[in-house]
Design a protein around this ligand. Sequence first.
Ligand SMILES: O=C(CO)[C@H](O)[C@H](O)COP(=O)(O)O
Ligand SMILES: [Fe+2]
Length: 214
Amino acid sequence: MLIAPSLLSCDFSKMGEEIARMDKAGADWMHLDVMDGHFVPNLTFGAPIMKWVRPFSDKPFDVHLMISDPLRYIDDFADAGADIITFHIESDSDIDKTIDKIKSRGIKAGLVLKPKTPAEAVFPYLDRLDLVLVMTVEPGFGGQSFMADMMPKVEAIKAEINRRGLNVLIEADGGIGDATIAEVARAGVDVSVAGTAVFKAENPSQAIKRLAAY
Ligand SMILES: O=C(CO)[C@H](O)[C@H](O)COP(=O)(O)O
Ligand SMILES: [Fe+2]
């Protein structure tokens, strides 16, 4: 299992150092949660801040856009050094145009599904995606409880990926830690986002190692 620590749980007064700390602790990807206070009821940061912290790690930056009009900001995040951009299927932007824009910048593209959005919603786009992110909490905040009832959705998407012989990763995000990682792995998730479980751990390196073992 690949592990992407969510910087949402970091000390934002030293975000660069926190990224370097996660890099050293063995993180596979850095997960950056971008919220606009409109698509979700919380605000975090945008591309200018990401640009400042980009030099603190060479690991892939996995940018999770929780914003109403992602298409408008793809160039900014590409310029700031994103390696992977995921955006919500429930957002207002034209989905095909947004995928095209991400790919035109040489970046991996993913669609994110909120808990209430069914697996089938992503099927028309699967052939053009590099990953699908299944939310296992309502987006907006860290530290929420894992929704185990999202695992059938993961299994359905995985089955469709395999049926079509595609090379699309499944990522899960929200409430993942020692108590839930086994279920996540069993359902077929390839990349787990973990905020609280890594940042609040006494030893983040061991926490990442434990989760990655699945
Ligand atoms: O996208 C997110 C919230 O919208 C975060 O990535 C997610 O909540 C991670 O935090 P935790 O592991 O603490 O649940
Ligand atoms: Fe996220």
